[in-house]
Design a binder for this molecule. Structure first.
Ligand code: GAL
Length: 977
């Protein structure tokens, strides 16, 4: 029967009371929804074979990976974490990158943008559990996989039980654990509930070297006061480092097995646990299924052959919302109860953070994009995360009898105590399939109903599952959440627009069902009230005024926000984001974001009559849905106007190439031996930049020699990592630029990836008498050491030259002396960097040398040029504008640019390689109300005309709302450590 407001009375064959009609259980039992806080109370964090247990209550961890070091603006940590919590995540997982915190042995810095303590406090304030992953090795597409530059010049093989290596590790762990241990949920001083040892350690799995290493890390971490369960992330489901694989002293039950998986988007999702699959699927039967990294996107390589990065839009398109549903619901079906998606907010590998395999953006195609924008990939995460919080039975499921349905893969599970049945239904074909699915109802009876799953998609449906306080007898559409507000229970179902949806509830008599919004039918038979609809916007059906059933299509579900407050739960509909909700007397204080004009509707506990939105009252009426509502009451975001970048000034660089340049204070490169994995050439000297303390960015060499008569050419062997280059000058005359050929994968992992640049010597310079060969090497970064092969110790810089009787001097930015505020990875050793040309105050101390210039620039010279300008922004206080800088030019021009915003190195642009053109700049570093400086350090090959071409500000997204952003400290002038 079609129901509408006008016709509902035809069905009102009433039942006297709600109790006689729709069955409503007495207990709430929604413990997993309660967000954790740093409440100062002791908590137990344990696990059994099904799930984690926090204070004895089951919790499915629904986690997203976020790297604090990839968002260098501490205020914005809150923005990202609030967005995740609002979208149903109850946990985050973080790496700590050792190199980010340690410019020199024994020096550790956790201040400013490196303030781990503040990050962990913010996570607790946002109600998120934390999985801490401090390494010491992390991989993560960062320089040397997280190892500090100075570790590349120490003896002893890293990632083994070598005593020297372990002494450095211990020093780091002492520093980082001092902070992490203060934020454990066990003491109630924070929300850290799990801690990872090492990262994807697949070396020496069966030998003492590996076992001793893991045992050492375990003992050290425990000695540092970490008392939450520990784990390691096996690189695949290999069964490596399961409990018992290495010594954990006399402890048991406090270490779990986890593994990582990065499935190809074109592959059928793998089975991991209950349903078998690969080798180690039963490797650890007594610990819960735990995916420490489930690939939610992928990293993108530099553009051009042979790897050809295409940009992150392509990654996001190939691993879209349907990919997430297929993968992650398959994981849940396989018994995974600790689930972390790598990445959920990727952010930016700013400065010299990126490993050679990636460029600056680490957007990763993640659910939250690099500019902190909400993407459609958050919608399934929201739907599943909210469901896990509303349906505690999902934390304890066993495999049940096989169910076979034509055209669909069905995983059938059941709760051993309550008898709830869960079905993960997946369509591995490209076209939608509708098939009758036989549900087993809680009492053992059966009912068959048609279930539709879109092409390459999946859904989780259930029978007899309690969602909030409502037991869903069965549904063909995925339940999303259940809350109680006032006198009503609310249950929400969500799915794709246009899909047929059916939900049934047990009833005694004949309940009164009223369609409040949209089109739906209801029928009552055999003790079941069945409501059917087609998903379109938000369909509302009220049952006996005690249950409100909401059917949301994806778009409508993305506007529904559940928030738990100490005095009850609120459900909010309308805004683009609900950040916080606080109940005070009769008023609900809500804070959040809007992009376009939006409704505001609030279901709140009894007695709440007024609503404040972002500090302003909203005039609400009560509705027949039991809510307080106001139509189109929330304004959208005001337009954001960005200025054109004009007023450029230019200054040329590289005095180091001039023969008369005074290099007396440069270091003489005269070492005879090195701990590098690159062989020192016979007779030396060592030219590797790391051996002289220059670990990041550009490095200069000046070789003085007497006799160039008869010298036809010079050969320079060098190593840089992907996309590096070398430029040479003899007596100030350019000899040319050599670009490091992009290595094959094999070369890049063996550390033998050396190129030789050979330059002809001009006739007029083939003379006796003093000569100077000046060489600039753009090093990219150190290799990651995924295999415990010390590949981070492969040399960077010059390796050898064909010259004899030469004295080499070397100069760069000594990492131990790096900017104490912006950190060790902000700068390299260009003349301008060494003299603060990238800093806001560069011109204040002397504007001489800076000449006006307008873009596009077209010059063909080998060397380094700097361009600076300043601009003012005046973004409204209540607008969160995410802004980037975009560079575009004719792609044949061979030049590259480092972008410094207020002195912060926001990344590297390579005009003829790509694919990245837009560089996100986090607010805080960017003053959205005030003056900013932009400095571009441009390296021109000399092989083609160079730019810059067009340089513009780009609006990546905007919203009314946002968080309060404190300016990130940005010293105007150089200040050494
Ligand atoms: C994993 C590794 C991560 C990251 C990821 C790819 O194997 O643990 O650190 O490198 O691959 O993005």
């Amino acid at each position: 029967m079609e129901l509408s407001r006008r016709t509902f009375t035809t069905l009102s064959v009433l039942t006297a009371t709600a109790a006689a009609g729709f069955s409503r259980p007495a207990s709430a039992a929604t413990g997993t929804a309660t967000p954790p806080t740093a409440d100062g109370a002791a908590h137990s964090v344990t696990f059994d074979k099904y799930s984690m247990l926090v204070d004895g209550e089951r919790v499915v961890l629904w986690s997203g990976e976020v790297h604090p070091f990839r968002l260098p603006s501490p205020s914005l940590w809150r923005d990202v974490l609030q967005k995740l919590r609002a979208h149903g995540y109850n946990a985050i997982s973080i790496y700590v990158s050792w190199n980010f915190h340690s410019p020199a042995p024994g020096v550790y810095d956790f201040t400013g943008v490196r303030d781990l303590d503040l990050f962990l406090r913010t996570a607790a304030e946002c109600g998120l559990y934390v999985i801490a992953r401090p390494g010491p090795y992390i991989n993560a597409e960062v320089d040397a996989g997280g190892f500090p530059g100075w570790l590349t010049v120490t003896p002893g093989t890293a990632r083994t039980s070598n005593a020297t290596y372990l002494s450095h590790v211990d020093e780091y762990l002492t520093a980082v654990n001092e902070i992490i241990s203060r934020h454990q949920y066990t003491s109630g001083d924070g929300t850290v509930v799990l801690y990872q040892l090492e990262n994807e350690y697949a070396s020496y799995v069966t030998s003492a070297t590996g076992k001793d290493y893991m045992a050492h890390l375990y003992a050290k971490v425990r000695a540092d006061g970490i008392d939450v369960p520990l784990f390691h992330n096996d690189k695949g489901r290999n069964g490596y480092w399961v409990p018992g694989a290495f010594s954990t002293g006399d402890e048991s039950g406090r270490y779990l097995y986890a593994f990582d998986g990065y499935p190809s988007p074109s592959a059928t999702p793998y089975d991991w646990g209950y349903y078998g699959g690969t080798v180690g699927s039963q490797a650890s039967p007594d610990t819960p299924g735990f995916i420490a990294e489930s690939g939610g996107g992928w990293f993108d390589p530099w553009g051009g052959a042979p790897f050809g990065g295409k940009g992150y839009a392509a990654v996001r398109a190939s691993r879209d919302a349907a990919f997430e549903r297929r993968q992650y619901l398959t994981h849940l079906a396989n018994g995974i109860k600790i689930h972390n998606v790598y990445m959920t907010y990727g952010g930016t590998s700013w400065g010299w953070l990126p490993a050679p395999v990636v460029y600056t953006s680490y957007d990763y195609g993640a659910a939250l994009d690099e500019g902190r924008g909400l993407t459609e990939k958050l919608v399934p995460m929201h739907q599943i995360g909210q469901l896990l919080a509303s349906a505690p039975e999902l934390a304890k499921l066993d495999k049940a009898a096989d169910v076979t349905v034509s055209g669909l893969k069905v995983y059938h599970l059941t709760h051993p105590d309550t008898g709830a049945h869960v079905y993960v239904v997946r369509n591995d074909t490209s076209t939608p399939v509708t098939s009758p699915l036989p549900f087993t109802l809680a009492e053992g009876a059966g009912v068959t109903a048609p279930v539709t799953v879109g092409g390459k998609d999946a859904k989780l449906i259930a029978a007899g599952l309690k969602v909030g306080r409502t037991t869903v007898a069965y549904s063909t559409v995925q339940p999303m959440l259940g809350v109680s507000a006032g006198r009503r229970d609310i249950v929400v179902f969500a799915g794709r627009a246009g899909e047929a949806a059916q939900a049934a509830f047990s009833c005694d008599g004949e309940p009164k069902a009223v369609v409040l919004d949209g089109a739906a039918t209801a029928s009552c038979a055999d003790g079941l009230l069945t409501v059917s609809t087609e998903l379109a916007g938000l369909v509302r059906v009220s049952v006996d005024d005690s249950l409100l059933v909401l059917f949301a299509d994806d778009a409508a579900s993305a506007r529904l926000w559940r928030h738990d407050t100490p005095s009850g739960t609120v459900l909010v509909r309308g805004p683009a984001l609900l950040r916080t909700a606080r109940l005070e007397g009769a008023t609900a204080h809500l804070e959040g974001d809007t992009v376009t004009e939006a409704d505001l509707e609030v279901w709140a506990p009894r007695g709440v009559r007024e609503v404040m939105w972002n500090g302003r009252p909203v005039r609400v009426r009560t509705t027949d849905s039991g809510s307080l509502a106001a139509t189109r009451a929330l304004p959208g975001v005001a337009p954001v106007r960005l200025p054109a970048l004009t007023g450029w000034r230019h200054r040329a660089e590289n005095p180091e190439s001039e023969p008369g340049f005074d290099d007396a204070d440069w270091t003489v490169a005269d070492k005879a031996s090195s701990y590098s994995t690159t062989a020192v050439p016979a007779g030396g000297p060592v030219l590797f930049a790391d051996d002289y303390g220059f670990h990041y960015g550009d490095v200069w060499y000046r070789g003085s020699f007497d006799d160039a008569s008869g010298l036809d050419s010079v050969g320079l062997a060098y190593i840089t990592g992907t996309q590096g280059l070398l430029m040479a000058w003899l007596d100030g005359k350019p000899l040319g630029t050599h670009r490091m050929p992009v290595p094959t994968s094999a070369q890049s992992t063996t550390g033998t990836w050396t190129a030789t640049a050979t330059f002809a010597v001009p006739d007029e310079l083939r003379t006796t008498g003093g000569h100077v060969l000046s060489v600039l090497v753009r090093r990219m970064q150190h290799d990651e050491d995924g295999g415990a092969r010390d590949s981070h110790k492969a040399a960077r810089g010059l390796v050898s030259s064909s010259l004899t009787d030469v004295t080499w001097r070397i100069q760069g930015l000594r990492t131990a002396d790096s900017d104490p505020v912006r950190g060790p990875l902000n700068c390299g050793g260009l003349y301008g960097e060494r003299h603060g040309w990238h800093l806001p105050g560069a011109e204040a101390s002397g504007a001489e040398g800076w000449e006006p210039v307008s873009f596009p620039v077209s010059a063909q010279r080998q060397g380094v040029d700097w361009y600076r300008t300043s601009f003012r922004l005046a973004v409204d206080h209540d607008v969160d504008a995410s802004i980037g800088i975009t560079l575009t030019d004719d792609a044949t021009r061979a030049y590259r640019v480092q972008l410094f915003v207020n002195g912060w190195n926001m990344g590297q642009y390579i005009n003829d390689v790509g694919p990245q053109h837009t560089f996100a700049v986090p607010n805080g570093i960017l003053r959205t109300r005030g003056r900013n400086t932009l400095a571009l350090a441009v390296l021109c090959d000399g092989t083609a005309p160079a730019g810059p071409g067009a340089v513009e500000l780009t609006l990546l997204g905007s919203a009314a709302g946002g968080v309060r952003v404190a300016p990130v400290e940005s010293p105007e002038l150089p200040s050494g450590r």
